[in-house]
Design a binder for this molecule. Structure first.
Ligand code: GUN
Ligand code: ZN
Length: 476
């Protein structure tokens, strides 16, 4: 198998992707290398944290000098690196310029001949909001090309991997169909395509729905790439939804426009008085010094910072998965932009997916706002309590932890057996005083289910005024 899963949290995972040029730990960020432009040399990418690169085979193919070099020395010889390199096919140029001067067969063969580690067919990225008919026709053609790529790829019988793009525009039924069909093709990576125009316009919810729909259909054993997602602000969010591979042209494109990436959004160099970063670049220069540099030098330095900041966030996401604190990280990150909050709330419509993937054993539960109520730990706790056997006919439930009782009430969780008051999740939860009403309402729903289940017992309820008020407000 090309992919192994090492740790899991939320719908995300830390994994290992095996390629002919070595193993890559995921979630991974692939910096985009433009083979025509000498910006940050590929050989330096490891320094920033890159374990795998992505470049465009179409640009290499179309540029005589590059093509000849690549055919002679291989892709890795051309870029002078020995780390894994994924190649794209020219599909993005197809989306931007409407046509490309190459066929699927040619470009898939070419990628194999130059020794790409991950080969991409010439899929058709249908733009957002295209008509259903257009998106369907494009998808049918994309699937045909992917099956053709599968055949060509097999004939080379190397160990390199095949990426299968998933299209369908903003039509979720088509994204679902695309994912189902992709599952029947012998590919190694699924790549969710044509989301760049959505990300560029901050339509993070649309992307979230697409990602969650695709993840609901495809095998969890396969790695998933979100094509063109390279801003550190969105890594935690989409990694938590199950994305394993990101690629960044953003580090360079933003830098050329004096834009500085942070996990909380983009800053314009002209607005920065103090760099909120301790990478080598930000320690060496003040923002004012940087502004005075010639354009090219400045762009290069900002790009370096952008890479450092992006890989720092990737490591933070991986650590959060390992320590089962990815919910906490996402709930912090989404505060950077209202549309990120909105996007994360989509997870509420995919509770089955979340329930299936999120591990149940964790150490802490930091309640960080209403979004914490989506965590499966809440539902699982309430379900578990419903199954607790009662050994007496008369029991006491109290909202006051100072009173002796069989069960206690906590916002978020509802009924907590006395003996579980020191256990995860309810007993390991930190919840602030005066928490939102929704946290009480969720708890009351749990309490009402409990009372309904044990309606033949005598249950003494000791409720303070606040609990009593919510008890009356929540409809049975
Ligand atoms: N780069 C950004 N989006 C896409 C896409 O949909 N397909 C391919 N092949 N490359 C991309
Ligand atoms: Zn920096």
């Amino acid at each position: 198998m090309a992919f192994e899963i090492i740790s899991k949290d939320v719908v995300g995972r830390v994994g290992r992707l095996h390629t002919p040029h070595g193993t890559v730990e995921t979630p991974a960020l692939m910096p985009v290398i433009n083979p025509n432009i000498d910006f940050i040399p590929p050989s330096q990418m490891r320094k920033y944290g890159a374990e795998i690169l992505i470049t465009n085979s179409y640009i290499i193919y179309r540029t005589k000098k590059l093509r000849e070099r690549a055919l002679k020395k291989g892709l890795h010889g051309l870029l002078e690196v020995d780390m894994p390199i994924m190649t794209d096919s020219g599909s993005f140029q197809l989306m931007v310029y409407g046509e490309v001067e190459i066929g699927n067969r040619e470009i898939v063969s070419f990628q194999n001949e130059i020794g790409s580690d991950i080969v991409t067919p010439l899929d058709i990225p249908t733009p957002p909001d295209a008509s259903h008919e257009t998106a369907l026709n494009d998808l049918i053609e994309t699937l045909k090309r992917e099956r053709e790529a599968e055949e060509i790829h097999k004939s080379y019988s190397k160990r390199n991997l095949l990426s299968i793009p998933i299209q369908g525009s903003t039509h979720l039924d088509l994204r679902m169909k695309s994912a189902e069909e992709a599952g029947r093709i012998d590919g190694d990576v699924f790549a969710i395509g044509a989301v760049v125009p959505l990300l560029d316009t901050y339509r993070f919810s649309d992307v979230a729905r697409i990602v969650l729909t695709v993840k609901s259909v495809i095998s969890p054993a396969k790695p998933v790439h979100l094509f063109g997602a390279g801003h550190p602000m969105i890594f935690a969010l989409y990694a938590a939804m199950g994305i394993d591979l990101f690629d960044s042209a953003a580090y360079a494109l933003f830098a050329k426009d004096d834009r500085y990436l942070t996990p909380n959004g983009t800053l314009k160099l002209e607005e920065i008085q103090y760099f909120p970063c301790s990478c080598p670049v930000c320690l060496d220069y003040t923002p004012e010094e940087m502004r005075r540099l010639p354009k090219n030098e400045r762009a290069r330095l900002i790009a370096e910072h952008n890479l450092y900041a992006s890989f720092e966030e990737i490591r933070r996401v991986k650590q959060a998965i390992k320590s089962n604190e990815l919910f906490e990280l996402v709930e912090m990150r989404i505060r950077a932009h209202p549309y990120l909050i909105q996007a994360w709330r989509e997870i509420g419509n995919y509770m089955e997916l979340l329930e299936k993937h999120d591990p149940s054993a964790k150490k802490i539960f930091f309640y960080l706002g209403k979004e914490s109520l989506y965590r499966p730990a809440v539902r699982r706790h309430q379900q578990k309590v419903l199954n607790v056997g009662l050994d007496r006919d008369e029991i006491t439930i109290s909202s006051d932890p100072g009173v002796k009782a069989d069960f206690y009430l906590r916002p978020v969780f509802g009924v907590v057996p006395a003996e579980l008051m020191e256990s995860y999740p309810a007993g390991h939860a930190e919840i602030y005083h005066d928490v939102e009403d929704e946290a009480y309402i969720t708890a009351i729903e749990g309490l009402k289910a409990f009372l309904e289940k044990h309606r033949d017992r005598k249950i003494k309820l000791i409720l303070d005024e606040k609990w009593r008020r919510f008890m009356d407000e929540v409809q049975d």
